[in-house]
Design a protein around this ligand. Structure first.
Ligand SMILES: [Zn+2]
Ligand SMILES: [Zn+2]
Length: 149
């Protein structure tokens, strides 16, 4: 799937916000051990865009060189991982869950299945409940805001 619509997203605390004006290629679900560790999650959904198509509308990310061929970019304030930037390719991968409307983009491929959690394929069979929705949240809303917090 390739999407041409402008999209926006950001980190959990709202210190980082971005806009994308490009085709989004992929998308894919990565089960590699490095994505698992970097995101503290069993798998990460990614979409690829030209690097120049991402504009930071608020803040700039911190980065960690996770290998000799790529950098991972994250929010230094809240820790949200957002970007995988391979060296010399002119593209970046966006962590799709950081988009304001991630539900519209379903992965079409899986990578790193040699380290996929053995329970992952059956996860949809687990007992299912809605989010508890307790108390006040300090998460940035899923849209741009003129000021924050
Ligand atoms: Zn943040
Ligand atoms: Zn990965």
């Amino acid at each position: 799937m390739i999407r041409f619509e402008p999209m926006s997203g950001g980190c959990q605390c709202g210190a980082l916000r971005y806009h994308i004006e490009a085709a989004l290629e992929g998308p894919e679900l990565c089960h590699c051990r490095m994505c698992q560790k970097a995101h503290g999650a069993p798998a990460v959904a990614w979409g690829t865009i030209p690097a120049a198509a991402l504009v930071w509308s608020r803040g700039l990310p911190a980065e960690f060189r996770s290998s000799d061929h790529a950098v991972r970019e994250f929010c230094a304030r809240c820790g949200t991982p957002l970007i995988f930037r391979p060296d010399g390719q002119g593209t970046i991968d966006i962590a799709l869950a950081t988009l304001d409307q991630p539900q519209d983009i379903a992965p079409e491929e899986q990578y790193g299945i040699d380290t996929r959690m053995p329970w992952f394929p059956g996860a949809h069979l687990l007992p299912a409940k809605p989010s508890p929705g307790r108390g006040r949240t300090f998460q940035h809303p899923d849209h741009d805001t003129p000021t924050w917090p």
